[in-house]
Ligand binder design. Structure first.
Ligand code: NAD
Length: 418
């Protein structure tokens, strides 16, 4: 049995396989990624030293289409983590029914201690390393933790230079000037908001009566907090790697976003607001709120703190924030969890729109993008909710049942090569 994050993926897969009576051969094939690549990333640091980083790219499954998934820069990146994230991308694309398989990449590094030019050189060398397996019809990277449209621009440029042809469709999450899509930056947070509103509607709750804590204040967390607040909910707590902030009658999310635009490493460290208390991340997770939105990293709600969670609803902005052990605890306590593969799929949906627009060289307006995103996410939510009610299973199990069946059908119809 695998430990680590990929062990979580296998547990979720095994549970689902048993419930849906998945064919044993199919089950064995789905327990392994199609392809794993580990590359050495040597770069010259600003002080002249050579630092050698390790990068990975994993393509988990391409039965339903080209692989798709972000690139993460973080000290905790490992092959195990990248495999897990690539598997979740596969299930996610199937749940929302977009024609992609799943992939993920990452470099083990601490970008918060590196200069911009070091990060750019590392990005270019990593891109060179994974170039043999990526491509618009094979595997299309995107931003994830500590990467952004700027990183995607460097990847696009590196590939374009090596291929002597401008290759816009090698990545999504690009800036608008480089063929990015309107609405992509906000898409994951917007999807978290859409999922939250659907959940509240199904539970007959008025947004104005709902208090919210958001863990993580990066791309996903800050946009989700902003949009959920605009729907009428009260964001009482938010945190990032530097710590947490609490205000019972609601934080000034606009002010906090503005603060991180110019703060060191875009962190909330040093943020001060009227009546704002500083709390720890652990305190944030166990606050007495209606809704908790984990939007940082995996493994945050686990067997150690699961019992102390007081939120009644969890909408997962991050990938894998809840371990299977915590899932069982939450289920027994009656906490409803809108799972990552559904709730944070907005990013990959608009990445898909970006890829389609790039191929057509015809770009849509923001209203069209947001409306199409909403249609896809509401329809996926309804399908998951209905199956979960019909089969009396939690939403994660229902979403996994839908995803695994879709991937299995595609694999079955293609047959085994050769
Ligand atoms: P980001 O780098 O923009 O933000 C990450 C945030 O988490 C930062 O605010 C960071 O300070 C905070 N953080 C890190 N460690 C923390 C800790 N121990 N406690 C509290 N906060 C901590 O990354 P992002 O793109 O917002 O990604 C966040 C999560 O959402 C990840 O799990 C990612 O895989 C997932 N996700 C991202 C996208 C996307 O489009 N960017 C799409 C789907 C899922």
């Amino acid at each position: 049995m695998e430990n680590g994050v990929f062990g979580m993926v296998l547990k979720q897969l095994d549970t689902t396989a048993e419930i849906i009576g998945l064919d044993e051969n199919m089950h064995r094939m789905l327990r392994q990624p199609e392809r794993e690549l580990t590359v050495s990333v040597p770069i010259q640091m600003d002080d002249g030293r050579i630092e050698v980083f390790t990068g990975h790219r994993v393509q988990y499954n391409s039965a339903r289409g080209p692989c798709k998934g972000g690139i993460r820069y973080h000290p905790d990146v490992s092959l195990d983590e990248v495999k897990a994230l690539a598997a979740w991308m596969t299930w996610k694309c199937a749940v929302v029914n977009i024609p992609y398989g799943g992939a993920k990449g990452g470099v083990q590094c601490d970008p918060l201690t590196m200069s911009k030019s070091e990060i750019m050189r590392m990005t270019r060398r990593y891109t060179f390393g994974i170039l043999p397996i990526i491509g618009p019809r094979h595997d299309i990277p995107a931003p994830d933790v500590n990467t952004s449209s700027e990183t995607m621009g460097w990847i696009m440029d590196t590939v374009s230079m090596l291929e002597a042809a401008t290759t816009l469709d090698i990545v999504t999450g690009k800036s608008i000037e480089l063929g990015g899509s309107l609405g992509r930056r906000e898409a994951t947070g917007r999807g978290v908001m859409i999922t939250t509103m659907e959940l509240l509607r199904r539970l007959g709750k008025n947004p104005e009566d709902v208090t919210v804590a958001v863990q993580g204040f990066g791309n996903v967390g800050s946009v989700a907090a902003d949009l959920i607040r605009k729907e009428g909910c009260r964001i009482v707590a938010a945190s990032d790697a530097s710590g947490g902030y609490f205000k019972g009658d609601g934080l000034d999310i606009d002010g906090m976003i503005q603060y991180t635009e110019t703060s060191k490493n875009h962190l909330l460290a040093g943020y001060e607001g009227d009546g704002v208390e500083v709390i720890s991340n652990e305190e944030l997770l166990t606050l007495d709120v209606d809704l908790l939105v984990p939007a940082a990293l995996e493994n945050q709600i686990n067997e150690k703190n699961g019992d102390n969670i007081r939120a009644k609803m969890i909408v997962e902005g991050a990938n894998g924030p809840t371990t299977p052990e915590a899932d069982n605890i939450l289920h027994d306590k009656g906490v409803i969890v809108a799972p990552d593969i559904l709730a944070n799929s907005g990013g990959v949906v608009v990445s898909y729109f970006e890829w389609v627009q790039g191929i057509q060289s015809f770009f849509w307006d923001l209203d069209e993008i947001n409306q199409n995103l909403k249609n896809i996410m509401v329809s996926a939510f309804d399908t998951v909710w209905e199956l979960s009610t019909k089969e009396k299973v939690d939403m994660r199990t229902a979403a996994m049942m839908i995803a695994i069946k879709k991937v299995a059908v595609a694999m079955e119809q293609r047959g085994i090569f050769p």
